[in-house]
Design a protein around this ligand. Sequence first.
Ligand code: NDP
Length: 255
Amino acid sequence: MSYLDEVFGLTGKVAIVTGGGRGIGQTVAIGLAKAGAEVVIIARSNADETVEKITAEGGKCYFVRADVTKEADVDAALAEIMKKSGHIDVLFNNAGICKHQGTFEASIEDWREVIDVNLTGEYIMARAVGKIMADNGIHGSIINMASMSGTIANIPQWQCSYNASKAGVMHMTRSLALEWAEYGIRVNSLSPGYIATPMSVDTPQELKDAWLPLMPMHRMGKPEELIPAVLYLASDASGYTNGSDAIVDGAYTCF
Ligand code: NDP
């Protein structure tokens, strides 16, 4: 076995990816499978495409339907995964939504929906998976999807609920890392900058034109450029990395 496989490899591990049916989740799921993990996709709509892409390459992957904001859904999904796979070693807590709205235009329901998916949904998933890891003596890794928007507030679009949700994810991550260190469960977050996915590609061209001059590298990131950071956080390579936030934003937050 090579040094890289020994340290970054995930052979024998079971990794859950929420929101893995498309976008960043799909690309990272493929990366986790290539590193040897059995990948389980959790999403509300079908994730057949991801499952097919991974299994066509000889990887292991299946899909379990659940809405991460619903505790009963999540509990049923995790029970099914434990029955099928026997353990859960990695959670890439990635499902999220964004609403571009001025605060005066957004309703309280809009705010609640974004906080519910991005913050409470990640909390429900982390809490349920953390409990399974603790109860089974699994020294697992939880990677919560934050964003550079948890560190800076984006311009020119207004997205107060999203920014607040991602700042919440970062501090939830630190809190859980401290609380669960005694169980050997590590909790870190990932903060990408603008990444070209359905969430960002579908945004109006005038917005993307406004973003470009703000990007020190003059381009959006590619979803595959997040894979190495997730592999690091998921694997033994990051054994002493806990409660941290990995910023992968092409230097956007440096000024
Ligand atoms: P996409 O919109 O492409 O994918 C989001 C995924 O989340 C979908 O698979 C969706 O599946 C799933 N999802 C949404 N709500 C729920 C829910 N309630 N329960 C279960 N699954 C849900 O987004 P991206 O790939 O761009 O983003 C993924 C993550 O990365 C998000 O957390 C986002 O905030 C974060 N991020 C994205 C950046 C970007 O520039 N793209 C930058 C920084 C962070 P379905 O609808 O089928 O449930």
